[in-house]
Ligand binder design. Sequence first.
Ligand code: FES
Ligand SMILES: [Fe+2]
Length: 399
Amino acid sequence: MTQRPATGHTSSLPEQVPDHEVTSLVRELSRYLEPDAPAVSMPPSAYHSSALYEFERSRIFGRSWLLVAHADQLAVPGDYVSLEVAGEPVTVVRDRSGTLHALSPVCRHRMMPVVEPGAGRTDAFTCPYHLWRYGLDGRLSGATHMRGNPAFDPDTCRLPEFAVEEWRGFVYLNFAPQAEPVSAHLERHIGGELAAYRLEEMVQVGAYVEEWQVNWKLAVENSHENYHVMGLHPNTVALITPRGADMDVRVDTPWVLRLRSPFKEPLDTTALDLSEEQLAFMYNCCVFPSSSLATFGDSVVWISFIPLSVDRTQVRGGILMPASQVAAADREALRKQTEEDAGVVNGEDRWGLERVQRVVGSRFAGRGHLSPKEPGVLAFYRGLARAFVRDDADWPGAL
Ligand code: FES
Ligand SMILES: [Fe+2]
């Protein structure tokens, strides 16, 4: 299902003029696009440079598709999910006709957010400051004591709206007014491979929102490799992943990367008709810049890394299972169990990554050689380089 802004104001995050630090970093990162690119990690300043972060706000987060929720979190009219993406607040809400809107919650009067980060269900958004009221589609529906101002036109006053799309239950938004639709792209590149998982019939049984004290790129590159499983997850993920497992890059477009890695033993599924390969491998479908869907036989886990600042990242995600399996289960027990399991694994990654973030500014921090087990990391670096060097006219390009 594709929904676009119907009318009214649209905007992207402000374009920043790159300064010298950014220019030289981008030049360095663009080398990842060369055929003989060295297999080394990014310069440490990529993880703590405020100037680069400002550039990312416009070049990446101002014009890329970001996974922010599963449709089950927005099932009923009035359901909303509200968050901040690199300083830009946004609220995704389902209106009475079932249409999804991604609205800026910044009040058109004097900028009070009409809704805070979080989730909930409402009939309307009422600004707590002077009580202007907006409908679920963002239109102003009431503003007291405004008749005396002839310049104010309540009929054209509305919350700014951004692009939002739902693909097989996953809700993506994009701040760019002219964003290329993402659904057709995902369908073309990963839809066929994922068809057997019947994503649109899956139910979200558990969800989480966490905050990690890391630059968003540290979290994303970590999710693009399983080399760290033996170090950070010896008692969890390592139990289902063979030591030294290869991860291969199966699809590599500017927006979608499909990684594949083996399980220790083929999984046993009951609810889905999966092939031998699907039982033997985990598919991790990463959508640039910072979200992915990973398959574990009958269950699918999504995760999205949303920057809050240069060194803080919100981690959002959920666990999905086939509806038939959920119907037969104790739903509350399933929620508790899946959220607890996800919390343990996330906690292990967080433990490691926050330690890395603490030292990225060290005089002795440097670029390191990557293992052949980390092709996904290099693929992510290529995605970053493309985003930095391509301007709006040819972004994303080469679809
Ligand atoms: S700032 Fe929202 S009503 Fe005044
Ligand atoms: Fe991990």
